[in-house]
Design a protein around this ligand. Structure first.
Ligand SMILES: Nc1nc2c(ncn2[C@@H]2O[C@H](COP(=O)(O)OP(=O)(O)OP(=O)(O)O)[C@@H](O)[C@H]2O)c(=O)[nH]1
Ligand SMILES: [Mg+2]
Length: 249
């Protein structure tokens, strides 16, 4: 099974990849391979079985004169040119679970061809699910949460694999505000209406309706890569998502 972790910069992709992988090894006694797809990372808490920095690093491109953003974009282009090499290497990993950690800037993986092409290649080979990580620090205002809930839908649309959502950093106080909104979407709608004014109110209200319609079956769990909370729930959620789409029976 392949599990891809993605989310906005600093939401805890690398930490959760590691904490979840170690939990799988300890609790389920299974073999786990880690894959690093972030050409910009300096170090990872796990030892990658495949590391895209074999192909390119942002650091090297910056030494050659590019700035940090130019470096990331060029790195993404180089990875895209080599994407079939990357997917072949990932497909040849022979573990029960392969966990893929993605670049800090979500747009590199999701909005450019890199992520969709890679996932198309690996999902043809193994059951694949993506885990969209919501950062509570970005989701503790009503419009911030609305945006955070849209990104898993966009992820599902772009990667075309089952996508589950988690609120990571459950150990920080912002999480309870996010939870309160999640429990009552009509309060979220009211809050957005209060936050915004005029024409935007209508947009906000329709937007929330759209989100609730598409999120009906979307159960969100809380995790903390720091304390280890919620790993069992995340595992169950991933399993449910794959069973529902028929990839696992
Ligand atoms: N309190 C708390 N902090 C966390 C948690 N998960 C990650 N962090 C912190 O959030 C910061 C970013 O964590 P990373 O795991 O590097 O996040 P990332 O999404 O991989 O970051 P980029 O790849 O740079 O976008 C670090 O300071 C982590 O220690 C968590 O569950 N709780
Ligand atoms: Mg990272």
């Amino acid at each position: 099974m392949i599990i891809v972790f993605l989310g906005t910069a600093g939401c805890g992709k690398t930490s959760l990849t590691y904490t979840f992988g170690e939990w799988l090894k300890k609790e389920l006694n299974v073999e786990v391979s880690y894959v690093n797809m972030d050409p910009g990372v300096y170090s990872t808490p796990y030892t990658p079985s495949y590391d895209v920095r074999e192909i390119v690093t942002v650091e090297k491109l910056m030494e050659e004169g590019l700035g940090p953003n130019g470096g990331m974009i060029r790195a993404a282009e180089i990875i895209e040119e080599n994407i079939h090499v990357v997917s072949r290497k990932i497909n040849s990993l022979n573990s029960d679970f392969t966990l893929i950690d993605t670049p800090g800037q979500i747009e590199l993986f999701l909005f450019r061809p890199m992520g969709p092409r890679l996932i198309e290649d690996v999902a043809g080979y193994s059951p694949t699910v993506s885990v969209y990580i919501i950062d509570p620090t970005l989701a503790s205002s009503s419009s911030g949460l609305a945006i955070s809930l849209t990104l898993p839908l966009i992820t599902r649309l772009r990667l075309k694999v089952p996508t589950v959502s988690v609120i990571n950093k459950s150990d920080i106080p912002e999480t309870s505000k996010v939870e309160a909104f999640m429990e009552n979407t009509s309060s979220l709608e009211d809050e957005i209406t209060r936050e915004e004014a005029g024409l935007i109110t209508d947009l906000a209200s329709r937007y929330i309706k759209l989100l609730s319609e598409f999120s009906k079956t979307m159960r969100i769990v809380k995790t903390s890569a720091k304390t280890g909370e919620g790993m069992n729930d995340l595992y169950t959620l991933i399993h449910e998502a794959l069973c529902e789409c028929g990839d696992l029976m």
